[in-house]
Ligand binder design. Sequence first.
Ligand SMILES: [Zn+2]
Length: 545
Amino acid sequence: MIKAYINGKVYTVNKNRDWAEAVVTDGPRIVYVGDNKGAEEFIDGKDAEIRDLAGKLLLPGFIDGHCHPVMGAFFKSGILLNGLFTLDEMLEEISGYISEHPDKEYYSGKGFEEVWFVENETMPDRFMLDRVCPDKPIFLYGTSGHVCWCNSAALAKAGITAETPDPLPGRSFFARDEEGNPTGYLLETMAASMVTSRIEVIDTDEINSALTEISEDYAACGVTSICDMGGFGGMTDYMRSGLIELVQNKGLKQRFNGCGVMVNSIGEIDEGIAVTKDLNSKINNDMCRFTFVKMFQDGTLEDMTAAISEPYLITGTAPETFFSDDELIEAGLKAAEAGFDINIHCIGDMASHGLVKMTEAIREAGHDETRIVNSHSTYLFKGDAEKFGKLGILANTTFVWHAAFEAAAGVLSPELPPMYEMKTVLNKGGRIGAGSDYPVDDFGSEPVKGLQMGCTRKMYRDDIYPGTFELEPESEKLSMDDVITAYTMSNAYQMRMEDKIGSIEVGKYADMVILDRNIFELPVEEVYMTKVCETIMNGETTYND
Ligand SMILES: [Zn+2]
């Protein structure tokens, strides 16, 4: 089927950043890009469907370069606490869910507000949950997805006692009382997985239907590819069968690029590579592929587990990275030798500094082709932003986090380097990519909000998050072309698909999004109001408003 999209404002994101009026697609591919007259000539005598864009903006489809849709699907089928701010509100929601689902063998959920506990100078503990769920296991992840809160039945079922050693002392561990008994608060994935992986019963049908809904929501946001950054515990097994079957039989509305597993320490690297290899051998095409190894170098700022060079003001301590420099080099070389790209979660400047040293070693060993991504890129070590271009490190960031929070002033030292030095990375020849980290923020998966916040470095609306303001320095603000490129071409590069997607050019897949207004001409504070009119993937409409 030939379709001609005419009378549009087409921002191609090609090398010259050309604008066009018309695009013609034939089946899944783009066959013409140019002016209206040329399009008419191109389809002359052919059976073609004409689509009048009436001046709307046509962009390459958005690529979410960092998200967790499979983990999101798992959470979606449990208790969602997002938007509840006090302990009483959270417990009320949990107890309501339990009485509506009396037959479940265990309960899981996501989104408890870590900040409430910090502000009230307490920590989540098992006794709070025992009040509403005394007999069955329950575990809940915080908003960041990095900390877990469980009840006594969950600890008992997982066999976690005072004698159980911490998996990564000081970095991923069980909070304990004075006698050493675990209190039910688990910091970072390794400790959390020791409980959740012994309880989780993955229901493939439930996850498949939740993932299908997530895929539809993503299409409504203009997203045509998603890069899944891994899940925990039983999710790897789900990917081996449930996910691959879903992609092959029913299909998702996005291309899926994943890793299958998260690697949190040097002891997990061999298994991580083996899992990625196995998944890669099962499916490797333009709709679904597993091409990189995902590692964690640290935690998060909200949980005070990110590895920053200046101690947190509240605790006076600065956690270490999950890998020492030598360990990260060893793990990185193993992944590169196995032929995989590398993606590392780095929030603190000490975390990303380790990634820079690892990259130097990988390049020295001759692996020029390994694509290395610094995920989040919140703090870069002083002077490192300038090295990303030369070393070929892609800085992936979450634009909806580009804002300053009043609450952080009491936690983060003013001596730390500036946050999100993305313009510096670009100015020195580096690439930046964009991701939502879905399901971390409820609005994060909408690229238009990210586009705005990457340009303004403040919350997309002044009234929704009181206590936020513009993030300094102003020199790190990005242009509209910078943020669109991050969400399209740069993420296509991360997926090793830059010759197939990411721009509107002849020969590429017809992955496109039609927006109701030209975001280049609006005051940038209004970009968040932009509506997605239609999303197209492989030449097929996946969403139509
Ligand atoms: Zn993530």
